[in-house]
Structures are given as structure tokens and as C-alpha cells.
Design a protein around this ligand. Structure first.
Ligand SMILES: [Zn+2]
Length: 375
């Protein structure tokens, strides 16, 4: 999934995402609740119409963001009170309020509100957070059922924007969303195997889920710990439902995750690194700002067929970065997202061909063959 935290995949137009074959966008309930507000987005017909993307969207609940606000929040069984990172205003999230927010946003897949802890947390802290996340999952399910009942029989949604101007339904895809949304539970438990198994088992007992989130990884723990937990969960989660490894999205992590049964990923890396001048290539990462690329006529990646690689040289893109030209940020963002979309397309093909083991071994060997250039 391309990451569009604030209802935009930074620097990219949804048309470009569709053209490169991106299938799904991730957005974030915490950020959109604070700005511009989930009710405003509902009144625009939901996130799809608001941001001009008619493909699938997944919204994260904002648990990760809220629990990252060290010193700005207090946690209780009921929920979390926190202050906005934008203006310091007080807010509270409960499983019920987060379901209402995600309902207003109208994404196709919505994540439960969970208690997120740092990657190196001890077993007692991990157990406490995991068990609270399970209790919150049950409350999310009840809240979502209530909200679905209300939108099925309730009054039609508001069709005015804050200025009071009436929106015409002929040129605007109203009404607000009330389609069924797939609620994904999130398996927590830190790096503790017994807690992960217990969480997966308890979640399976709670319902027949359309998919599963794997949370609390890539948050500071060592890579071998992440791989060990994924291998464990590969046997604990149903094989016919998508597994979503939350917040993971560097090229090598995608390949390692696919090998361990993961289907969905997200990470801000391709666009964030693109804006900083880093490009993913089949031979590892390169920093386009380095002097060695000044006279380099080659594309970013010989094997890439994105707009940036088909039309522009490394030397030109380096010039754009050095001169602080906005096209440079766009081209690298576009290339990096395209690179990951193509990587996953190739991985899918290798799975279907039965060649995923050799394909991934060769891919990883080539990618790691050149040390990443210094940032
Ligand atoms: Zn490219």
C-alpha cells in the first residue's frame, strides 16, 4: 500500500498511482481526525471521493500515533487522552470513537484501535497491552455493528459543506459512505512468542475475520526477532486471509515478509526517502545528491519503466535536487513507489510460478551486493 497519511500520497497524483499499478492506499484516522476532521470528510462523501482515489483504502486507527505521543497522553482501560501534535488541543480516543471516525472516513479496510508499546517492552508490559487490545477489539466490533445499524436505517447523511453551500449530487459522488467495511484485528504481543500465540488464538476465537494486522513490529526490535515472530504467526493465522504487517515497507523487508506469509505492507519510506534524495534500485539504495551522479546519463534503475526512469537521467535528477527544484522530489517519490509496486508484482508472479525461493534469494543477493550509499 502506498502511504497517504493525510489523504495524499505525498507529491503524487492518484492518477499516477493508478498508472503505475498501485492497488491500495493507506491513510490514517489520527491525522485526518485532527485535520481536516473526519466529519468534514464524511460530508464530502468519504475519503475516496475527497482524495480522488476510487481504489481500495485502508485506514489505520491511529493507535500507533497516539501512543507515540510520549508525555502528551494518558492511558486508561476506557481509552487514551492526548494532546494534538498540531495545536496542543485535548482529545480522547476510545475503541468506540475510533470506529466512528473510521466509519466517517469510509475506508474499505479499517484497523481496530489497539494499545501499541515500544518494541523492546518487557513481557509484563507486552502482556498488559496485548490483553487490553483484545478487550478493545471486542468493543470495536460492538461499536461498528451499532454504527452499521444506524447508517442502514438512519437519516440520509448531511450534504452541506461548512460554508453552508449546497452540494449538487449530480457532480459529487454523495451520499456519505455506508458500505460494509472490513475490520481487521491486530495481533500484538511484542517479541514474546507465547504472547503472540495467545493473542492470535484469542482473536481467532472472537470471530471470522476478513484479514489480520500484525502490529508492534519494526518498532525498534532486532530484525531476527521480527522474522521469528512472523514465522510463528504464519502457522497461527488462517492462510486464506490476508496478513498485514503494519508499518513495514523497505524493499528487503517486503521480500523477507513475503517469504514468511505476509500479504500487505505499508511504509512512508518510498516517499519520505524520495524527498530526501534516496532512490531504491535493484542494486541497492543510492543517494542522488552525491557528486558521482553529476555527469551520469543513466536512468535511476536500468530495469525500471517508471516515468522518471524512462525520461530522465541521474544527472538531471541530481541537478533538480541540488537546485532545490520541486520536480526532483516528485520524480524520486514516483520512482520509489513504482519500484515497490513492481517488486510486489514480481513476488506475486514468483509465488504463482512456484519460484519464490530462488527468486527471493537472487533478488536479495543483488540488492545487498552494493552497500547503501551514505545519506
Ligand atoms: Zn524508475
Amino acid at each position: 500500500m502506498a502511504v497517504g497519511t493525510a489523504a495524499t500520497v505525498k507529491a503524487l497524483d492518484p492518477i499516477e498511482l493508478r498508472e503505475m499499478g498501485a492497488q491500495m492506499i493507506l491513510s490514517n484516522a489520527y491525522h485526518l481526525h485532527l485535520r481536516p476532521g473526519d466529519e468534514l470528510i464524511r460530508d464530502f462523501g468519504g475519503l475516496h471521493s475527497f482524495m480522488g482515489w476510487d481504489g481500495p483504502i485502508l485506514t489505520d486507527s491511529g493507535g500507533f500515533q497516539v501512543f507515540s505521543l510520549e508525555g502528551l497522553r494518558t492511558i486508561a482501560e476506557e481509552g487514551v487522552e492526548f494532546r494534538s501534535h498540531i495545536d496542543g488541543s485535548p482529545h480522547s480516543f476510545t475503541p468506540e470513537s475510533v470506529m466512528a471516525i473510521e466509519r466517517n472516513l469510509g475506508a474499505d479496510v479499517i484497523m481496530q484501535f489497539d494499545h501499541v508499546i515500544p518494541g523492546q517492552s518487557d513481557e509484563a508490559a507486552a502482556r498488559d497491552a496485548s490483553e487490553r487490545s483484545l478487550r478493545w477489539l471486542a468493543r470495536c466490533v460492538a461499536a461498528l455493528e451499532r454504527l452499521r445499524g444506524e447508517s442502514a436505517g438512519g437519516p440520509p447523511p448531511t450534504t452541506t459543506i461548512p460554508s453552508g453551500a449546497q452540494l449538487s449530487t449530480t457532480n459529487f459522488p454523495l451520499p456519505a459512505p455506508n458500505h460494509p467495511q472490513a475490520l481487521f484485528p491486530i495481533v500484538q504481543g511484542g517479541i514474546h512468542a507465547s504472547l503472540r500465540v495467545a493473542a492470535a488464538s484469542a482473536i481467532r476465537d472472537l470471530g471470522d475475520w476478513p484479514g489480520f494486522g500484525i502490529g508492534g513490529l519494526s518498532v525498534g526490535e532486532a530484525k531476527p526477532d521480527m522474522y521469528r515472530i512472523l514465522e510463528l504467526l504464519d502457522d497461527e493465522l488462517p492462510r486464506d486471509r490476508p496478513r498485514y504487517l503494519m508499518g513495514v515497507g523497505f524493499p528487503e523487508d517486503l521480500v523477507e515478509g513475503v517469504l514468511r506469509g505476509v500479504d500487505l505492507f505499508d511504509c512512508v519510506a518510498p516517499t519520505r526517502m524520495g524527498r530526501n534524495g534516496a532512490a531504491f534500485t535493484s542494486d541497492g539504495r543510492l543517494n542522488i545528491k552525491r557528486a558521482e551522479f553529476r555527469t551520469d546519463p543513466r536512468p535511476l534503475d536500468d530495469a525500471c519503466d517508471c516515468t522518471a526512469c524512462r525520461r530522465f537521467s541521474r544527472g538531471y535528477i541530481r541537478h533538480l535536487f541540488v537546485a532545490d527544484e520541486i520536480l526532483g522530489l516528485r520524480l524520486l517519490s514516483l520512482h520509489n513507489v513504482h519500484f515497490l509496486v513492481r517488486l510486489m508484482r514480481d513476488a506475486r508472479a514468483a509465488i504463482m510460478d512456484g519460484t519464490i525461493r530462488t527468486w527471493s534469494r537472487d533478488w536479495l543477493a543483488r540488492y545487498h551486493s552494493r552497500a547503501p550509499s551514505p545519506e
